[in-house]
Design a binder for this molecule. Structure first.
Ligand SMILES: Cc1cc2nc3c(=O)[nH]c(=O)nc-3n(C[C@H](O)[C@H](O)[C@H](O)COP(=O)(O)OP(=O)(O)OC[C@H]3O[C@@H](n4cnc5c(N)ncnc54)[C@H](O)[C@@H]3O)c2cc1C
Length: 512
């Protein structure tokens, strides 16, 4: 009787959500499904956050999507994409390769998605590394048996749920413990073959060298099982679909509405103040925006403890990017499609933010016809870069713009070496920097995916609440180390479950 009464009361409750990235949109959808009245306030003029794309001269530069975990119905994430109205009416490409890495003298290491093919190829390249290769591919095969339960927010696990989880993961526990502790770079150093060792460490795992190798094994396992394909249309297709689902569930969306302050009365969040000075009240506030801005600006650093301060004082973040999009009047039919493109050595290093790059990695979007006019292709090149360099340069707009032009020129010249004649076919170029991400998404220090996973942070569970503040929650990549699209969608779902539990309501989901 009492619980019914509380449920009735929850029916009328309102939730204010800050940020319309995948997390905010997801929280909005699940909030609506559970009878809350939700309003999302987004500072940009469109939804999606970092899951986006931008149009230039008839081309669309995808700003996000390489792979989306959960594209196979057998994967536990799939039904979240169904609930959010993305699956099943989507178009998915399952690449046969993760990437290809070219070396000197025509050598190529192709990271095939099919694990048997990968094993055979690696043994042909480096017979002396048979044992390490078999250990690696066994690890991948073990991971193919892993399907993480997603139904319940870990914060709500009872001891019985914990036991069930142990039971589900038990056969793989040893393997997970082993691979969860080994940084990718340490693993790469075990290859004796110089080409394979260099290809592995300087390219394949270069961006994730500190990540436990388990992350790479899981990636390869998902690709092998065709559970992490590319959604045609890229980031825009994903965010547009979830935005449509949110609006169809009756959610309220306010774009061009930057939140400056979270309103607090008697240590309870009661609403938000926007940059235009208007105030909006709600029973619950969820911030699905950047963590640093939320804690230190919107809440003025008043609700924090040593643990949280520690994360922000010694941040280990995904490095920000310089991201070059090119529109090329050429089809690239002979280049196999892949998750992360191809990497090759260049004669003249490309210098960006005073750092020399001796290789170039290019993603050739010949597998997504929606991004370019017929017979033409979008190419994408990205480099990790130094945030402070670009921050300083941005203060001198002319120099900043000249530097971006110079980056594009160097990249086009390097690509022309590998694809002779390419330079003459470039119809569009566009350079995004950490300042671009900062301006459009507010992500701290331009980090595009929040906290970098390490062997320590992989096991870290960050709290979705702040000490001493009621009716307030955080969700998204700033409380889920490692970030990613499925994690963002799940974070929005989980935070809604936590709110339902507090309101003594049964969490429900609906299908479109
Ligand atoms: C180049 C790139 C490639 C990626 N590739 C992949 C991939 O292949 N697969 C994968 O799974 N993941 C990938 N990711 C990561 C993934 O896109 C992100 O982890 C995820 O989209 C984060 O979603 P989010 O909603 O938590 O955060 P965000 O997308 O950052 O959303 C936060 C939102 O809050 C808004 N906001 C901020 N401050 C305010 C304010 N004051 N007031 C109002 N609104 C505010 C922002 O504008 C933004 O819309 C990639 C990301 C990038 C950038």
């Amino acid at each position: 009787m009492i619980s019914e009464l509380v449920s009735e009361m929850a029916m009328g409750k309102s939730i204010i959500i800050i940020g319309a990235g995948i997390t905010g949109l997801s929280a909005g959808c699940y909030g609506q499904m559970n009878g809350y009245r939700t309003s999302i306030f987004e500072m940009h003029d469109k939804t999606g956050g970092v899951c986006t794309g931008w149009k230039r001269k008839g081309y669309t530069i995808d700003g996000c999507m390489h792979w989306l975990v959960g594209t196979s119905p057998a994967n536990s994430f799939y039904h979240i994409w169904e609930e959010l109205g993305v699956a099943p009416g989507w178009s998915i490409v399952d690449h046969e390769q993760y990437m290809s890495i070219e070396g000197e003298g025509g050598k190529v290491f192709t990271v095939y998605a099919d694990i048997d093919r990968l094993e055979q190829h690696m043994k042909e390249l480096a017979p002396e590394d048979k044992d390490v290769i078999e250990e690696l591919t066994k690890g991948v095969r073990d991971c193919t048996r892993m399907n993480m339960p997603m139904e319940k927010a870990p914060e709500l696990y009872s001891p019985i749920d914990g036991l069930k989880m142990m039971f589900t993961t038990f056969p793989l526990l040893r393997s997970m413990r082993k691979w969860g502790k080994v940084p990718s770079l340490d693993f790469a150093r075990r290859f004796k073959n110089p080409f394979l060792r260099a290809a592995f460490s300087t390219t394949f795992i270069a961006d994730v060298a500190d990540f436990p190798i388990l992350c790479m094994l899981m990636t390869l396992a998902w690709l092998h099982r065709k559970a992490a394909g590319y959604l045609v249309g890229g980031g825009l297709a994903l965010s547009d679909a979830i935005e449509r689902r949110y609006l169809s569930l009756g959610g309220e969306l306010h774009c061009k509405s930057r939140v400056d302050e979270i309103l607090v009365e008697s240590d309870k969040a009661v609403g938000v103040r926007l940059a235009d000075g208007t105030e909006h009240r709600g029973d619950i506030v969820i911030s699905a925006a950047d963590g640093h801005t939320t804690i230190f600006d919107m809440l003025d650093g008043r609700y924090i403890d040593e643990k949280i301060r520690g994360y922000y004082d010694n941040p280990k973040l995904f490095p920000p990017l310089v991201y070059i999009g090119l529109g090329v009047a050429r089809s690239f039919d002979s280049v196999p499609s892949s998750v992360a493109g191809m990497s090759f050595p260049i004669d003249k290093p490309v210098t960006i933010a005073e750092q020399e790059h001796k290789r170039l990695g290019v993603q050739i979007h010949n597998f997504d016809p929606t991004l370019a006019p017929k017979g033409k292709t979008v190419l994408k090149v990205q480099f990790n870069t130094d945030y402070d360099y670009w921050k300083k340069l941005r203060q001198a707009p002319e120099r900043y713009n000249a530097e971006k032009e110079q980056v594009a020129e160097q990249v086009i010249t390097a690509l022309d070496q590998r694809f002779p004649g390419l330079a003459a076919s470039v119809e569009m170029h566009d350079v995004a920097t950490p300042m671009t991400w900062e301006r459009y998404t507010g992500n701290w220090r331009g980090s595009y995916e929040g906290w970098l996973p390490t062997a320590q942070s992989l096991r870290l569970r960050m709290s979705k609440t702040l000490p001493g503040l009621d009716n307030f929650y955080m969700a998204g990549q700033w409380v889920e180390p490692g970030g990613g699209l499925p994690t963002a969608a799940m974070s929005g779902r989980n935070v809604t479950q936590i709110i339902c539990k507090k309101d003594n309501r049964q969490f429900v989901t609906t299908m479109p």
